[in-house]
Design a protein around this ligand. Structure first.
Ligand code: EPU
Length: 422
C-alpha cells in the first residue's frame, strides 16, 4: 500500500496543468454504450476510478484501448452481458451510471445496488424513480437492481428533485436513457453541474436532441439511434480548485493551465473573500495570496453553489484563517472524515451535525494521518504542504481515485511529496 511523506511548510511557484474531469469522464464513458461502434474520447484522466470504469465496460462486452495522453477508444459494437457486477460496483459507486444507457440499449440491465461509503448513505431512489417514469420495470433481487423495458422506453415529464436538491448521476442516468426513448422527456430539477452539461453536449454530438443544457429543465426528444461519440471532456474543476487552495494555503503564486473559471464562480468568489487573488490568464488563471487568510462561511450546494467536492480542501485552508469560519455541508451531511484528521495536525475544528466550526490557528503541525475518502485525502495533502514537519498520509489509494499522480504535478512547482510503498 502506498503512503505519502510530505515535507512542510513549502512555497509553490510555476505552472500546473489541470487534467480532464473525472466526473465528466465516467458518465461519458457510460454513454458510449448507447451507440454500436467505436467511440473516441479525449482528455480522459489516468485515474483508478477510470480503470474501474474501463473494467466495468469491458465486462459488458465493450473493447477499450488507451492511446497517448488522455485518448480512449471504446468499441461498443457488442454488449452481450448487461450486468454491473457487485465486485466492481462496490469499488466505485459511480458504476451505477451504466444503468440508464444499458437499459436503453439492451432493454434490460442488472446493476448491483451501490452501498454507502465514507461520505454517507448515498441512495439511488431518484435514479429508479426516473427510469420507472420512462416505463422501466424495476425490482431488487439479491442486491441487484433489475431493470427491464422489453418494449422500449417512453418519454415522460419527470421531476427529479430530492431532499438534497438535484442528483448528478441520477440526472445522467435518466438523461442517457431518455435519448433513445420514444417521444419527449422533460427532466425538471435536473442537475446543472458542468459535468452533466458536458455529458449532454457529448450525447448531442452522438445525435441526441437535448435542449436546456446547463439549466434545471432538460428537454429530450427521443431518437431512433445514436452514433459513436467523438468528444473531448472538460477540465476537472475540482482538481483545479484543489490546486488553487494549494497556492492559497502555502502563500504562493501558481498558474493553472486548462482551467475553466466559468465553471468555478462560487469557488473563485469564496477564494477572493478569503483574500486570494484569482486572475484569468490564457486558457487558465493565476492564483496567489500575499496577505492573511480571512475567515469566511461556506455552505455547500448543488451547482452553481459551492461544491461539496471542495469542502474538505477549503476547510484545510480555513484552519489557518485569522478568525472563525462556519462550514455547512448540505449535500452529504456526514462528509466530515477529514475533521478528526485535520485536528490531529493541530487544527481547531468542531463538528455539530452537518456544521463545522473552524477556529483559525496560527500553524498546522505535521502528523501521521489517514486518508478516508478522495476529497478528504486531498485536504490532508494540502494541510501537509503548509504544516511544520513531515506529514505521513496512509491509504493514498483514495487520492489516486481522483487525482492524476498529484505528487508528480505538485513536486515540479515546489512541493516535497514522496510516494512510498510500505
Ligand atoms: N440522493 C438521493 N437520492 C438519489 C440520489 C442522490 O437522495 O437517488 C441525494 C444524495 O444522498 C446526496 C444528494 O442527493 O445527498 C446529491 O447526490 P448526487 O446523486 O448528486 O451524487 P452522485 O451523483 O452520486 C456526484 C459525484 C460526487 C459529488 C456529487 C455531488 C460523480 C461520479 N460523483 O455523485 O463526486 O460529490 O455528485 O456533487 O460524478 C467525488 O468526486 O469525490 C464525488 C464524491
Amino acid at each position: 500500500m502506498d503512503i505519502f511523506r510530505i515535507e512542510g511548510p513549502i512555497g509553490l511557484s510555476g505552472s500546473v496543468c489541470v487534467s480532464g474531469s473525472k466526473n465528466a469522464s465516467l458518465p461519458i464513458m457510460a454513454a458510449t454504450i448507447l451507440a454500436a461502434g467505436k467511440s473516441s474520447l479525449k482528455a480522459i484522466p489516468h485515474l483508478s476510478d477510470i480503470s474501474v470504469c474501463s473494467e466495468l465496460l469491458g465486462r459488458l462486452g465493450c473493447k477499450l484501448t488507451r492511446g497517448p495522453d488522455g485518448d480512449m477508444c471504446i468499441d461498443a459494437t457488442v454488449i452481450d452481458n448487461p450486468v454491473g457486477e457487485y465486485e466492481i460496483v462496490r469499488r466505485m459507486r459511480a458504476s451505477i451510471c451504466i444503468l440508464g444507457p444499458l437499459l436503453a440499449r439492451c432493454g434490460r440491465a442488472e446493476v448491483s445496488m451501490p452501498g454507502g461509503c465514507a461520505i454517507g448513505d448515498r441512495p439511488v431512489n431518484l435514479h429508479v424513480k426516473g427510469l420507472q417514469a420512462l416505463g422501466a420495470q424495476i425490482h431488487l433481487k439479491n442486491g441487484y437492481i433489475i431493470a427491464e423495458a422489453p418494449n422500449g422506453l417512453k418519454g415522460k415529464d419527470i421531476f427529479m428533485g430530492g431532499p438534497f436538491g438535484s442528483t448528478v448521476l441520477g440526472t445522467a442516468n435518466v438523461l442517457m436513457a431518455a435519448t433513445l426513448a420514444k417521444g419527449r422527456t422533460v427532466i425538471e430539477s435536473a442537475a446543472c453541474e458542468p459535468e452533466i452539461a458536458d455529458l449532454a453536449n457529448c450525447l448531442n454530438e452522438m445525435g441526441a436532441r437535448i435542449t436546456g443544457i446547463g439549466s434545471p429543465r432538460l428537454i429530450i426528444e427521443g431518437v431512433e439511434q445514436l452514433r459513436p461519440a467523438r468528444f473531448t471532456v472538460i477540465p476537472d474543476r475540482i482538481e483545479a480548485g484543489t490546486f488553487m487552495v494549494a497556492a492559497a494555503i502555502t502563500s504562493s503564486e501558481l498558474r493553472l493551465r486548462n482551467c475553466r473559471l466559468d465553471d468555478m464562480m462560487a469557488v473563485v468568489d469564496t477564494l477572493r473573500n478569503i483574500g486570494v487573488t484569482v486572475d484569468a490568464d490564457g486558457d487558465g488563471c493565476v492564483v496567489s495570496r500575499q496577505g492573511p487568510i480571512r475567515p469566511v462561511d461556506i455552505t455547500t450546494q448543488p451547482y452553481p453553489g459551492f461544491p461539496t467536492d471542495l469542502q474538505a480542501q477549503f476547510m484545510a485552508l480555513l484552519s489557518l484563517a485569522e478568525g472563525n469560519s462556519v462550514v455547512i455541508e448540505k449535500i452529504f451531511p456526514d462528509r466530515s472524515m477529514h475533521v478528526a484528521e485535520l485536528n490531529r495536525m493541530a487544527a481547531n475544528l468542531r463538528k455539530e451535525g452537518p456544521t463545522v466550526i473552524v477556529a483559525g490557528v496560527k500553524k498546522l503541525i505535521a502528523a501521521p494521518v489517514m486518508a478516508s475518502d478522495l476529497r478528504a485525502s486531498a485536504a490532508l495533502v494540502l494541510a501537509g504542504l503548509a504544516a511544520e514537519g513531515t506529514t505521513i498520509i496512509d491509504r493514498v489509494y483514495h487520492i489516486d481515485r481522483g487525482y492524476e499522480r498529484i505528487e508528480e504535478k505538485l513536486n515540479p512547482v515546489g512541493a516535497k511529496i514522496t510516494r512510498e510503498n510500505v
